[in-house]
Design a protein around this ligand. Structure first.
Ligand code: HEC
Ligand code: HEC
Length: 338
């Protein structure tokens, strides 16, 4: 009996060892021990008119914070924000999310909003993915992109959020399904050095890449399977967005013949301002309500960058019936032709 006990013990220890190596080599320990987070500081961001203006631009045009964090009429053309709910939060409306994902109320309301959160709590959430309560945020909140948001821009957007009228809006909490709930804990990464202003403004392509990152275009235009981007399909479209606006696949934005090779700068600016490609209206889940507020010079820089993307052969046509696509592994219009 004692012998059997000994072997059992060795077996258990060996199994634990193998498991430990497997966990370290695959998902890591973060799903079990919680996200990497830096301690909070007591810094505050001084309110200046310049920051207020810049923050408004980031929140309502470039990064669309208010788009995700406000209540919309999702079935109406253009999915307008319901007046008086700017920044007051929203249960995210897309079908196929891994659970109930809630963009919280960021207005200064003390009970249901961000009124009691410090400036550094907000800054850490925006760029490092840790909520005010220490929780790892679901990366639909694009903190992986916002890591590259310059310090001055983060200060500006927080100054702007503080200027919003306080709105009392009680929302349910985010509930992520298993195992995604644990896996997201390995995503947050503390920022340990300052992020300087984008110095590449004179280099249009690099500046455009910076802007496209902060605008989160790839979150919809790069197809994903179980939350992982399909390799080699950057900006190649095919991601399905379903909800009150219907069901539609994102477009291939690369310069391949199946993408948008026929676009020029003028057409791009016009599409992002109007939501129309010549006479063809875009489905309103393409957030033109946000990008319409971008300056022409920012749009031109974005287009200059999109022009340099690797062409990817991938036909997506929402006017055709949805069929299985073996390239992006989704079911979309003209999918079977790929
Ligand atoms: C694509 C939608 C989307 C965009 C764009 C977006 N957010 Fe979020 N945000 C979310 C969601 C969803 C959550 C909640 C995630 C969760 O509960 O795990 C969130 C969480 C947050 C939090 C954390 C609140 C807390 O609990 O501490 C802050 C702060 C925040 N967002 C600010 C911003 C700012 C500022 C911007 C723009 C620079 C922005 N968000 C853009 C969807 C978005
Ligand atoms: C919330 C998801 C989402 C985001 C974010 C998004 N798009 Fe789109 N986009 C779509 C969808 C869906 C379509 C297809 C609409 C249709 O076919 O009616 C689309 C279509 C387009 C088109 C039209 C292509 C054509 O058919 O001629 C352009 C151009 C475009 N997007 C550019 C961008 C750029 C640039 C960004 C970032 C600044 C961006 N999109 C961000 C979802 C998104």
């Amino acid at each position: 009996m004692a012998r059997l006990g000994k072997w059992l013990l060795i077996g258990v220890v060996a199994l634990a060892g193998v498991l430990a190596i497997a966990i370290t080599a695959t998902v890591g320990w973060r799903p079990l021990i919680g996200p990497k987070a830096r301690p909070l500081s007591n810094r505050t961001f001084e309110r200046t008119p310049q920051r207020l203006e810049r923050g408004r631009y980031i929140a309502s045009a470039l990064s669309g914070c208010l788009y995700c964090h406000s209540h919309h009429d999702w079935a109406a053309p253009g999915t307008p924000i319901v007046p008086g709910t700017e920044g007051a939060g929203e249960v995210q409306p897309e079908a196929n999310l891994p659970g109930r994902i809630v963009a919280p109320n960021l207005t200064p309301d003390r009970e249901t909003g961000a009124g009691n959160w410090t400036d550094d709590q907000l800054a850490r959430a925006i760029r490092e993915g840790i909520g005010h309560d220490g929780r790892a945020l679901f990366p639909m909140m694009p903190y992986m992109h916002y890591r590259e948001m310059p310090d001055e821009d983060v200060a500006s957007v927080i100054v702007y959020l503080r200027s919003l009228p306080a709105v009392r809006r009680e929302l349910p909490k985010t509930e992520i399904i298993f195992p995604v709930k644990y896996l997201v804990r390995s995503m947050p990464e503390p920022l340990t050095s300052p992020v300087a202003e984008d110095a590449s403004a004179s280099d249009m392509v690099r500046h455009g890449a910076h802007l496209v990152n902060l605008a989160g275009c790839s979150d919809c235009h790069t197809p994903q399977v179980h939350g992982e981007r399909v390799p080699g399909m950057d900006f190649a479209g095919g991601m399905i967005l379903s909800g009150a606006w219907g069901s539609v696949a994102s477009a291939n934005l690369t310069p391949d013949a199946t993408g948008i090779p026929y676009y020029d700068e003028a057409l791009f600016v016009q599409v992002l301002h109007s939501g129309y490609v010549k006479a063809r209206p875009l489905n309103s889940i393409m957030p033109v309500v946000v990008y319409t507020n971008l300056t022409d010079s920012d749009l031109k820089a974005m287009f200059a960058y999109l022009r340099t993307l690797k062409p990817v052969k991938h036909r997506v046509d929402n006017a055709e019936p949805a069929t299985e696509c073996k390239v992006c592994r989704q079911k979309h219009g003209a999918g079977a032709e790929n």
